[in-house]
Each structure stands twice: as structure tokens, then as C-alpha cells.
Write a protein that binds this ligand. Structure first.
Ligand code: DX5
Ligand code: ZN
Length: 226
């Protein structure tokens, strides 16, 4: 199980210190939300912020590109120190070359799906990815409420993974707290992005450990077919 605090909920005036706090918390990954003001109605930060935090977080930097034109951004984000890059399935026929590009640069390959998009859209790509990111809010802002209707997608993704002998991680992102993380773990998720519920805690390490303990207590249960 991987816990990935999202930098979007950190103090934007102190990115380096916040990344260092995430590092000390023991979180396996740090999640970085890249928003371009087109694909989503918000702007966050670019490669230079990733470069700035790279020196302060020693493990996996998980870069989530909520952008209309990842084609021009993948290389800058790789040069800045990203370990994995995720693009959205809503980019349709551009997805295959984007996944190939990330792979060719030697980084972990992620594919994300928004709440309104049918889970069948990701099926053709499952053998080509390391990570399937199932959005559990409409992307663009932190602090939104978890959308329960996304849980069956996690169950379906876990079932396909088992049936086809694949190894992609199943990541959930949006409104993840101790309760919704457990629910997603029961459905088959193994990677948990959490902004507000983690970064807003004074004791980030304790919050990470608690979330990890809760989701690990659900592991070993079989996903329920939907
Ligand atoms: C939403 C982002 C999320 C966000 C989650 O568009 O993709 O990663 O940081 O924030 P919380 O956990 O506050 O919902
Ligand atoms: Zn995200």
C-alpha cells in the first residue's frame, strides 16, 4: 500500500519545507497535481516547482498531468525529476503516443480517468501502464467531497487486473480520508492520494501511518465484481 500526500494542499509559500515534511512523514510517494487552466479550470504549478521539491523528497515523485497538451510537458517534467507521469484517458487518440513517450524516457507510466468517463475507456491501455489513477472527484481543486459512484470503477479495475494477470497499481485521488481510503482499499485500490486530509494535519507522519494502517487492514480481501 502506498500513501501519497498531495502537494496541492500544502502551504504554497513553503514548497521545499512542505516536501521535506512529507519526506519525514514516511509517505512512499509525493503527488504533484499539474493544472493548466484548460483541461481543468485551475492553474497549479509547473516543472520548476517539481525541480525545487526534488531535492527535499527522497522517494517517488508522482506527477499527475491535468493538461490539454502533455506532449509539450512530459520532457520538462522528466528533466525536473519526476519518477512517474500520469496522463488522462480523456485525451483519446493521443493517449497511446503519450504513454509510449513516458515509457521511452524510462519513467513509470500512469493513466487517469475522470468521474464522468466510463471505465471501459481505459481497458485498451491496461497492459501498457504501471498505474491506473481513478479520480474520485472532478479534477481541478482540492478539498472536494468523494464521489461514491466511482468505487465500482475501482472494483472493475481490480477484477481486470486479476483476470488478466496484470500488475498496474490502482490509485484513487480526490476526497480521500481515513474512511474513504478504507472503502477504496476494500474495492481493490492500493495507492491513496490525499491532500486535505493529510497536509492540513499538524502531525503529518501520524496521519500517514494511520491511513496506511487502515488500508492495510483491508488488504487480502478479494475485489467484489460489479
Ligand atoms: C484534484 C487533484 C487531487 C487533489 C486531492 O484535482 O487531482 O490530487 O490534490 O485533494 P483532496 O485530497 O483535498 O481531495
Ligand atoms: Zn491528482
Amino acid at each position: 500500500m502506498v500513501i501519497a500526500p498531495s502537494l496541492l494542499a500544502s502551504d504554497f509559500g513553503r514548497f521545499a519545507a512542505e516536501a521535506a515534511r512529507a519526506d519525514r512523514s514516511g509517505a512512499e510517494w509525493l503527488h504533484l497535481d499539474i493544472m493548466d487552466g484548460h483541461f481543468v479550470p485551475n492553474i497549479s504549478f509547473g516543472p520548476e516547482v517539481v525541480r525545487a521539491v526534488r531535492g527535499h523528497f527522497s522517494r517517488f515523485l508522482d506527477v499527475h498531468l491535468m493538461c490539454d497538451q502533455p506532449e509539450i510537458l512530459i520532457e520538462p517534467f522528466v528533466r525536473a525529476g519526476s519518477d512517474g507521469l500520469t496522463v488522462h484517458v480523456e485525451l483519446h487518440e493521443r493517449v497511446t503516443p503519450l504513454l509510449w513517450k513516458i515509457r521511452s524516457l524510462g519513467k513509470k507510466v500512469g493513466l487517469a480517468i475522470n468521474p464522468p468517463t466510463n471505465i471501459s475507456e481505459v481497458k485498451p491501455y491496461l497492459s501498457k501502464i504501471d498505474l491506473l489513477l481513478i479520480m474520485t472527484v472532478n479534477p481541478g481543486f482540492g478539498g472536494q467531497s468523494f464521489i461514491e459512484e466511482c468505487v465500482p470503477k475501482v472494483q472493475q479495475a481490480a477484477l481486470w487486473r486479476q483476470q488478466e494477470g496484470l500488475r498496474y497499481r490502482i490509485e484513487v485521488d480526490g476526497g480521500i480520508n481515513d474512511i474513504t481510503a478504507r472503502e477504496c482499499a476494500r474495492a481493490g485500490a492500493d495507492t491513496f492520494v490525499s491532500g486535505t486530509a493529510l497536509f492540513k494535519q499538524a502531525q503529518l507522519g501520524a496521519a500517514v501511518r494511520r491511513m496506511r494502517r487502515l488500508v492495510e487492514s483491508e488488504s487480502g480481501r478479494l475485489p467484489i465484481p460489479c
